[in-house]
Write a protein that binds this ligand. Structure first.
Ligand SMILES: Nc1ncnc2c1ncn2[C@@H]1O[C@H](COP(=O)(O)OP(=O)(O)O)[C@@H](O)[C@H]1O
Ligand SMILES: N[C@@H](CC(=O)OP(=O)(O)O)C(=O)O
Length: 417
C-alpha cells in the first residue's frame, strides 16, 4: 500500500481539489491519503486564537466567521455543500463554543483546540467531493488514531498506542480495498484533547502512517517539480534534484529548507520506505526520490533563512560559559520550546541565532537574564550551503557583512547583516 500527502497548496482552490481527485482516481491499489488544511487556513486560525487569548472574543468570532464562509463556499463550488454540511457545522460549533468561553487554560492548549479544525474541515470537504465523484473513500478522524502526550503545539506521539489503533481501525479499511482519507498535523491526548504536531507537521503524520502500515512508499504532492537545490521562490534558477538520501534531506530540513518537515525522515528511514516528492501540477513528471542509498555529485544546496535574531549572552560576573551555564541555557531552550538555528560558545559569552518569533525571543531573554547580560540584534539572514565552494559562498554573501561564520567540510553557515 502507499501513503499520499497533499499539502495546503494542493487543496487551496476548487480547481486544485478537483486535480487532487484526478490524481487519486488515477492510482490503483490500497491508499491512505493525508491532507492538510486548505491554503493558509492554519495561519488564519492562529489569528483567531491570538484574538481569543488577547481577550477579544468578538474579533475571534468575526475572524472565524471568515474561515467558515471560505469552507462553505469551497463545498458549494465543488457541488457538495449539502453532503458536507453536517460535518462542517459540527466542527464550526466545536470551535464557537470554545470561543464563547473565557480562557482558563494556557495559550498552547487553546491553540491546538482551535487550529486542529483546519485539517478537519478540509478533509471533510475533500472526502465528500471524492465520494460524490466516483472516488469512494473512508474519512477517519485522525484524533481517534494518533495518540499524543499533552505537549500542546509540539505533541509527541505515543507509538505503541497509535500502532494498535492503526491495526484496529485503519488496516481493516485498507484491506477491504477502500481508500482511507485523514488529517495531517493533528492528534489527541488520552483525555480527548486535540493536539498538533508542530507547524507543517502533515508530512510527519503521513510518515507515521507509512511506518506503521509498512507502506511501499510515501508521496508528498507539492507545487514544485520535486526537491530543488534551493527554494525556487528565492532562487528562480534553482535546480531539480532527481535523487537524495535520507541523511541529506534530514540535514536540509534541519538547516531550515522548507520543503519537507524535519521529523518526516526518521519513521521512513527506520523502515527503509522511499519518499517521493512530486508535483501535483504535473503528476506524470518524475519528481524526487529519497531513499537509503548514497547519492554522489549533489549540487550545492542552499538554504536562506530571513528574519533572524542574534542573541548575545554574556555571563554577568565573567564566569566561564562552560558546562554548567551551557546546561542551564539548554534547559531554558527546552522550557520555552525554542531551538537555536546556530550557536557559538566563547569564554564568557554564548551567541545564538534564532527565528524572529517575538514571543519566544522575549521569553528566552527573560529567562536568560538570570545568568547573563542579554543583547539582541534583529533583521539578519542566515545562509547555509551544503557541499559549498568558496566562490559560490562569496557570490551568495554579496555586499552583506558577515557577522558569524561556522563551517565543516560539508556545510557552511554565515550570518549576514
Ligand atoms: N529546496 C526546496 N525545494 C523545493 N521547494 C522548496 C525548497 N525550499 C523551499 N521550497 C518551497 O516549498 C514550497 C512547497 O512547500 P509548501 O508550500 O509547504 O507546500 P505544502 O502545501 O505541501 O505544505 C515550494 O513552493 C517552494 O517555494
Ligand atoms: N496545516 C498545517 C500542517 C501542514 O503540514 O500544512 P502544509 O502541508 O500545508 O505545510 C500548517 O500549515 O502548519
Amino acid at each position: 500500500m502507499k501513503v499520499f500527502k497533499f499539502g495546503g497548496a494542493s487543496v487551496s482552490t476548487p480547481e486544485r481539489v478537483r486535480n487532487v481527485g484526478s490524481i487519486i482516481a488515477s492510482f490503483e491499489g490500497p491508499l491512505l491519503v493525508v491532507i492538510s488544511a486548505m491554503g493558509k487556513t492554519t495561519n488564519a486560525l492562529e489569528k483567531v486564537v491570538t484574538a481569543f487569548f488577547g481577550g477579544d472574543k468578538e474579533e475571534a468570532l468575526r475572524l472565524f466567521e471568515g474561515i467558515k464562509t471560505e469552507h462553505l463556499a469551497m463545498a458549494r463550488d465543488l457541488g457538495v455543500e449539502a453532503q458536507a454540511a453536517v460535518q462542517l457545522t459540527d466542527f464550526f460549533t466545536e470551535v464557537e463554543w470554545l470561543l464563547h468561553d473565557k480562557p482558563v487554560r494556557d495559550h498552547h492548549y487553546y491553540y491546538d483546540q482551535v487550529v486542529c479544525v483546519g485539517e478537519l474541515l478540509s478533509t471533510a470537504v475533500v472526502s465528500q467531493y471524492l465520494n460524490a465523484n466516483g472516488v469512494a473513500n473512508h474519512w477517519i478522524d485522525v484524533r481517534d488514531i494518533i495518540r499524543t502526550d499533552d505537549n500542546f503545539r509540539d505533541a509527541r506521539i505515543d507509538w505503541p498506542f497509535t500502532a494498535a489503533r492503526v491495526k484496529e481501525l485503519v488496516q481493516p479499511v485498507l484491506s477491504s480495498g477502500s481508500i482511507v482519507l485523514t488529517q495531517g498535523f493533528i492528534g489527541a491526548t488520552g483525555e480527548n484533547e486535540s493536539t498538533t504536531l508542530g507547524r507543517e507537521g502533515s508530512d510527519y503524520t503521513a510518515a507515521v502512517f507509512a511506518n506503521l502500515l509498512e507502506a511501499e512508499g510515501q508521496t508528498i504532492w507539492k507545487d514544485v517539480q520535486g526537491v530543488m537545490n534551493a527554494d525556487p521562490k528565492q532562487y528562480p534558477d534553482a535546480q531539480w534534484i532527481r535523487e537524495l538520501n535520507y541523511r541529506e534531506v534530514i540535514e536540509m530540513a534541519y538547516y531550515g529548507a522548507q520543503v519537507i518537515h524535519p521529523k518526516t525522515i526518521k519513521p521512513l528511514q527506520n523502515k527503509g520506505i522511499p519518499l517521493y516528492v512530486k508535483s501535483f501540477l504535473d503528476p506524470k513528471a518524475e519528481g524526487t526520490v529519497i531513499h537509503n542509498a548514497s547519492v554522489a555529485d549533489l549540487p550545492p544546496i542552499i538554504v536562506h533563512k530571513q528574519k533572524q535574531v542574534l542573541m548575545e549572552l554574556q555571563s554577568k560576573d565573567f564566569s566561564f560559559v562552560s558546562e554548567g551555564l551551557t546546561a542551564e541555557l539548554y534547559r531554558i531552550f527546552d522550557t520555552v520550546k525554542f531551538r537555536p538555528n546556530l550557536t557559538q560558545n566563547g569564554a564568557v559569552s554564548f551567541l545564538c541565532v534564532l527565528d524572529d518569533h517575538d514571543e519566544k525571543v522575549q521569553a528566552l531573554a527573560h529567562h536568560a537574564t538570570q545568568y547573563f547580560n542579554v543583547q539582541i540584534t534583529r533583521g539578519l539572514t542566515l545562509l547555509t550551503v551544503r557541499h559549498y565552494n568558496d566562490a559560490l559562498v562569496s557570490q551568495l554573501c554579496g555586499e552583506s557583512s558577515s557577522i558569524l561564520k561556522q563551517q565543516t567540510k560539508e556545510t557552511i553557515q554565515v550570518l549576514l547583516g
